[in-house]
Ligand binder design. Structure first.
Ligand SMILES: Nc1ncnc2c1ncn2[C@@H]1O[C@H](COP(=O)(O)OP(=O)(O)OP(=O)(O)O)[C@@H](O)[C@H]1O
Length: 453
């Protein structure tokens, strides 16, 4: 059965439940859409034409199901806004829907207002797409700034450019130092939000109460020290992107609050009674296996599914050894520009030595080794010998008995341990704090004390 409106329809509603179909048609007409309804996937595909500007697609259809219908729609139109309706508690289908190219999904029962808000948003995102697509081929191109000889990373860059244009949540996984933050920025730069804020929040950097206020803001007087109201990062990044680093460390108490933001875009400031809305795009990163955290009961499964809509796994540096020479050239170029000096070249033996190393700290460690090798280099051509000590003798913690045996004062040992850890982690304050078992605030204090700020 199908209900069609008088003039050329622009909204296709696909649901085999006649009551829901009628309800959606009436609601759509009230909001100014011109709906047409189909009761099966095949019927929907027959109706599909260029005048259709959006689709509401139920999953549980007779014949070909919603996901199969969606896949067929995507073969002919990769950008047509499609919102899927899935059964209650059917997270697996929901995730698959997004992977197949749905703009968003709602689980039944759903709010009509939310459905039509999503449709409107998807439609307006689509309008902005051609502008971004045009820039992909020019100066904003991933390939223009990033290149790789590794097939795995090349495929990732390809997915990344496509995912950037969708507005969905992205989960970046990979070992520490592989470039998750770097790629998150790249996604933002390639997205329709490129001219808006990109805000990073490191989940383990702050204790729970402060993290909650950092993310969601607080009202004056909501806790000791809250002398004024403050907007949180979700408010600030409302038009832009919020990057949640090390999401696996998000305390259990804050997980439902983030789930709400991802599901309904709504939240309260700490101590606040007014519900606020955010349109921030969320990119999260983790270097732990979140699935394991879910199985261990430390991370909510529903939140995991909401975050893991598109997963991009960044390979470790040892999985992409063919990129080491190119990365090294880029990083040496950056160091030379920053220091205002001539560049450096690597001899074949040096490249070989760098290629053979296992890089447990990934690109960050490579940067660190190159910083140090160039700091001591007397000539512009670097040989394997210039790296041997840096690669093999890395582990000489200042606090070891050897350091104490050198007759250092406790203050000097502390300074050495701090600076070495800070450099080894690629100047990553959160990681330095974690490795040394101190707060991030102490890291800032130590940077100041040792003249490194
Ligand atoms: N493809 C690349 N080209 C140049 N530099 C890169 C590249 N990938 C990463 N880097 C550099 O390597 C360093 C580490 O990257 P980044 O901080 O993004 O890693 P991460 O995976 O987020 O680490 P962590 O999990 O510890 O937070 C940064 O200084 C970044 O600029």
């Amino acid at each position: 059965m199908s209900l069609t409106s008088a003039s050329s329809p622009n909204l296709l509603i696909v649901d085999d439940d006649e009551t829901i179909q009628r309800l959606l048609v009436i609601a759509a007409q009230d909001l100014g859409w011109r709906p047409v309804a189909a009761a099966s996937g095949h019927e929907a595909l027959d109706i599909l034409n260029p005048a259709i500007e959006a689709v509401i697609l139920d999953h549980g259809l007779p014949g070909i199901n919603g996901l199969q219908t969606l896949a067929r729609i995507r073969e002919v139109d990769s950008t047509l806004p499609v919102i899927m309706l899935t059964g209650f508690n059917d997270a697996e289908t929901a995730v698959q829907a997004l992977r197949t190219g749905a703009d968003d999904y709602l689980t039944k029962p759903f709010e009509l207002k939310r459905l039509f808000d999503l449709l409107r948003q998807a439609k307006s995102n689509r309008k902005e797409t051609p502008q971004v697509a045009a820039s992909i081929g020019t100066k904003k191109s991933v390939k223009g700034t990033l290149h790789s000889d590794n097939p795995q990373l090349r495929q990732l860059l390809n997915h990344l450019a496509k995912a950037a244009r969708l507005d969905s949540t992205i989960l970046l996984t990979g070992e520490s130092g592989t470039g998750k933050t770097f790629f998150a920025r790249e996604i933002h730069r390639l997205s329709t939000r490129a001219n808006e804020e990109f805000i990073t929040v490191s989940c383990p950097a702050l204790p729970r109460e402060l993290l909650e206020s950092e993310l969601f803001g607080h009202e004056k007087g909501s806790f000791t020290g809250a002398t004024a109201s403050r907007a949180g990062r979700f408010e600030q990044a409302s038009k832009g992107t919020i990057f949640l680093d090390e999401i696996g460390d998000l305390p259990p108490e804050l997980q439902p609050k983030l789930l709400n933001v991802l599901q309904d875009r709504e939240f309260f400031r700490v101590g606040g009674s007014k519900m606020l809305q955010t349109n921030a795009r969320v990119i999260a990163a983790t270097n732990v296996n979140l699935r394991n955290r879910v199985e261990q009961g430390e991370f909510r499964e529903d939140l995991y599914y909401r975050l893991n809509i598109i997963e991009l796994r960044i390979p470790s540096l040892r999985e992409r050894r063919e990129d080491i020479a190119g990365l090294t050239r880029d990083i040496l170029g950056q160091i030379a520009r920053r220091r205002g000096t001539e560049g450096w070249q690597l001899s074949p033996s040096a490249i070989e030595a760098l290629r053979n190393f296992d890089w447990p700290g990934n690109v960050r460690q490579l940067e660190n080794v190159l910083e140090r090798a160039t700091a001591f280099a007397e000539k512009p051509l670097l040989h394997a010998e210039d790296f041997i000590n840096l690669l093999e003798g890395r582990r000489d913690p200042a606090g070891s008995p050897a350091a104490l045996g050198r007759g250092l004062t406790l203050q000097e040992v502390e300074r050495d341990a701090f600076i070495q850890t800070y450099l080894r982690t690629g100047k990553n304050k959160a990681k330095t704090a974690r490795e040394l078992g101190i707060s991030e605030r102490s890291v800032y204090n130590l940077l100041g004390r040792h003249g490194l700020k």
